[in-house]
Design a protein around this ligand. Sequence first.
Ligand code: SDX
Length: 393
Amino acid sequence: MTLCEYRPGLEGIPATQSSISFVDGQAGKLEYRGINIEDLAHHSSFLETAYLLIWGTLPSQPELDAFEHQIRYHRRLKYRIRDMMKCFPESGHPMDALQACAAALGLFYSRRALDNPVYIQKAVVRLLAKIPTMVAAFQLMRKGNDPVQPRDDLDYAANFLYMLNEQQPDPLAARIFDICLILHAEHTINASTFSAMVTASTLTDPYAVVASAVGTLAGPLHGGANEEVLEMLQNIGSVENVRPFVDRCIEQKSKIMGFGHRVYKVKDPRATILQKLAEQLFEKFGQDHYYAIALEMEQAVSEKLGHKGIYPNVDFYSGLVYRKLGIPTDLFTPVFAIARVAGWLAHWKEQLGENRIFRPTQVYTGERGQPYVNLSNRPHTWDQQKFQISLSS
Ligand code: SDX
């Protein structure tokens, strides 16, 4: 077997064969099961899109009704999971809380039966149904309040906003949130999906798979960027400060949050849709002064880094939409996770269909044939530098 050339971050290296989604990074195209994201955002719902991603076809009306009914039935949490959340520190990040709760589901439902379609179907329903309830419950409990029970009369998106804000959402707000979930549901082999696949390839349970992916999504270079973008806009504070900020980032070679992408070398099509959703919300519920800063940011970065293919990605405008929907900044990434569970589960199911454990190789750069030196014969020095790590993004 020939050894492939080492590519940092596996850039451009196919890690699987998949029919779930397709991205054309040069043309700025995204398709789920061959259907373009613009059509899904306009016509579909998150649960219908999740069904499409996981089972490969758009559901018939009876199939969609049954799926929605199952999700409604499984939204509630075991009281032990709620009790576990009561022990979490209020200052803990909601992504850490979510990862702990996702893994904890395995304590109740693990009984691995990966060759049983009913087990697969139940795991898909439980994870899609319970993750939003966990996110909303932690939000209320960290404020010292009891979580509210899901409302079976509300659809998926409206129910999440209700559980979060304890009031029935405006229909436009609920629809826009549902579209955000569609946009964030799937994106080929991104870092958290790859994490899910590697974990899945050992044939562990789906709850461990999702817990693994949640931990990966949390990083600021991936799903954590949406939270960082809003903090960046707040720190910039005014349109006048944008260009000096961008110049400083370029000078210091620091990454500007919400920009750039391993695959897209043009504006992320999801950013374009999210921008329109933000404008719809501003028209109905009032402007957000950070939007003018964001627009100036997009202009400045495109002028200065467009030649390197650095344009807004999905995380650049999403935070402005979530903010208008009353979602706290540190819940932006958990909301990303609520949607991406659909993509993770689709890849989990596809991986099981033709599984081989992920075990890549390496280019070894260390020493060989070294002797063991007894402690008494080693130099009596203390190299402080050895214990410092330099973060390289
Ligand atoms: C998501 O993979 C997916 O599909 C992810 C995602 C999904 O739906 O799952 O789309 C969601 O994670 C979106 C990305 C969110 N992250 C950010 O917004 C963080 C900021 N972006 C960067 O960290 C970066 O663009 C990445 C991580 C997204 C991509 O990194 P790459 O492909 O490894 O690119 P790189 O770091 O090798 O950069 C290549 C060049 C470098 O310049 P040179 O050294 O060649 O001169 O582009 C520059 C980088 O300095 N560059 C940036 C930049 N991103 C890349 N310069 C300034 N600001 C940036 N944001």
